[in-house]
Write a protein that binds this ligand. Sequence first.
Ligand code: ZN
Ligand code: ZN
Length: 132
Amino acid sequence: MFDKTEYMRRYYANRRKNGICTACGKPVEESRKGKAVCGICRSIRYVKRKEHWKRAPKSYAKVLVKNAEYLHARRLDRIAKGLCPECGRPNKTALRLCPDCHARQLEYEREYYARKHMRKMPIDTNGGKRNE
Ligand SMILES: [Zn+2]
Ligand SMILES: [Zn+2]
């Protein structure tokens, strides 16, 4: 009987041995030598996997929700105790975050908007504003 699994296994092993991408059949880049797929196919796979998560098994969505709930509860708990919701250290400032986390947050936002700008994506001018 024709064993397809065995055939595919040998087929892939052979390609891999010859430095051929098992997905598209093009030579694998020198820098990726020994890998099963070329750089392009690898990134395609990566995107596809992300798409897969987006279409999302319900179980994964549940994990995300649980995680978000946990983080939210932890934040509220920390704020109630007068701690920084980010790092959990005592926060004596009037700011939501402690000075360290506040600075990090600002830095992050600056980078985020700079990246957004670089990609020439429309910037939501209201969404980025904060009441401070
Ligand atoms: Zn490829
Ligand atoms: Zn902090």
